[in-house]
Design a protein around this ligand. Sequence first.
Ligand code: C2E
Ligand code: CA
Ligand code: CA
Length: 597
Amino acid sequence: MRDRTDQHQVTWSTAPAVATPRMMARILATFYVAAGIAGLFAVFGPDAGAQGRWVIFTVALVALACGAVAFRWAGHWPRHVFHWPVASAAALVAFAVTVSPDAATAMAAASIMAFIAVDAFFFFSLRLAWLHMAFGLTAVTAALLTQDDVPASIALALDAVIVALGTVVRGLVIRASSASRDPLTGLANRRGFDDALHELRTAAARTGEPLSAALLDLDHFKQINDTAGHEAGDRVLCRIADVWRRELPGSAVLARHGGDEFALLLPGLAGADALALVRRISAQHPEIGVSCGVAELRPGQGAAELMRRADRALYDAKAAGRGRCELEGGAGSALARDLAGALAAGDVQVHYQPIVDLQDGAVVGVEALARWTHPEHGPLPPEEFVAVAEQSGLVHALGAHVLRTACTELVDVRTPAGQPVTLGVNVSGRELNDPGCALRVQHVLADTGFPVEHLVLEVTEGLLEGESPTAVATLHALRTAGIKVSIDDFGTGYSSLSRLDTLPADVLKLDRSFIATVHSSPRRAQMLQTLVEMCLGLGLDVVAEGVETAEQEAAVRAMGCTFAQGWRYGRPVPLAELLTGLRAGAEAADREPAYRG
Ligand code: C2E
Ligand code: CA
Ligand code: CA
């Protein structure tokens, strides 16, 4: 019985599951364009040239333009924004009816309300769909009645046709949506979950917001089924679904993935927060026991890989004795334990990559990059173990280790020109969010004697968009202490150019994806040129990252970049190799006057 009430609740107060923003955008665009074309036909009807026809012509052009806008952008709009184009369409139709020069044109214009009925019943919850219909039909019927030759009965006949069309569409849409719902619990099924996952992943990639996924498995469900029967098992599943649905935030997507496995998507939650939430909801069923695995989406990662990682965490949780929740790469994961051990044993190395002055090609600084060779998996890419460090809370220890090692090793190192070497060190957002961060950096500088003005902390652009007040305060504190800040990977985030002058930074590092395309795209080159000019105007130094070829070097130099880093000048290497390179550079510099002379 409850199922049916649930189903009713679902259709009344929620939008149909098949109405994804992409589908909605396509339908909206098609209808606007079709209405525009219909309007153009009307212009060439009998009586062409009459006053009203020119107004209709303008309305038709507006509709075509709206169609083009919807086609290009509506797929990225949040759901609630769609109310505006649908309500505006109704207003536009009512207006066209009012200005129609004759009854036949007015009826043709009024029939476009059918499009709005389909939109409303497809896009929105039933409640809101009826609100749209009430507004649209009232406006259009009133407009029809202002026409002398349209009797009220004919206007009402049209209304009846439109309402019938809308309700039939609603029925079909709900039927189609049920293919993505689990009939027992009313939750999304695997198909509905996959649709939501793709949509949320795309949105997360666009906005930079975190997204976490969880798999939850009931530990002792089979026993309930075996001892109390399948009906009792079904009741347990429904009860759990009800409780979780109530506890979860509105944006969460909960699905029954099969048997006794549930899947959950948590947009806006980072791994640690998702883990805390999943722990809380699973603790509500101590009698059944729930094992769960959580993973946070990593930049550039696909949907399938995210779910594989959640599954790996679930496997870890079960292996560790069930009734547990694990975060993939989190403190409890095998990789995090190994990394903690490596940090304690001093097995994480620091390599250095030269940064050159583009004016004379001389090395002026280096970037410190962490390196870790796992005893079983071999050398791991820093992106991978830095993510593990962030999720497990080890990133403070990792950051401190790299900073201290680099400052100690480079304190007496000079560039070929005899200057102290400038040292770039990457800091993660989680480090900056720690209020003690600035003081700790200053302690390391004091302990090692590394010159304050030669340290540059590299912060990724995406981090600054989050505008965490603590992180911004840390950056200001660091700069007040004389430490420089650089915006790393600039161009991969979503900062607007207008923010360049408010960012608490001294240096901007252009991401290597820009440099790689500098030759293939003249427009890209032009844009970079303008960007570099703007930065220089604001007093920021610009480092071009990932310069691999002589052509790329020539291009970034022509643009006015001040510094460059990349394989053309050297790969990241251990200290000894860096020193050999610097010595060779110094010898070349010594010989230089002889060449010139
Ligand atoms: P990043 O800060 O953007 O570092 C530059 C990356 O570009 C390095 O990758 C470097 O090896 C690579 N690279 C340099 N020149 C070239 C080139 O000419 N062509 C190409 N294709 N690549 C080039 P790596 O060492 O794998 O580091 C990856 C990322 O890991 C870094 O990106 C940084 O975000 C992170 N990372 C590394 N060490 C640390 C660390 O100590 N702490 C933190 N928080 N993050 C770190
Ligand atoms: Ca960097
Ligand atoms: Ca970078």
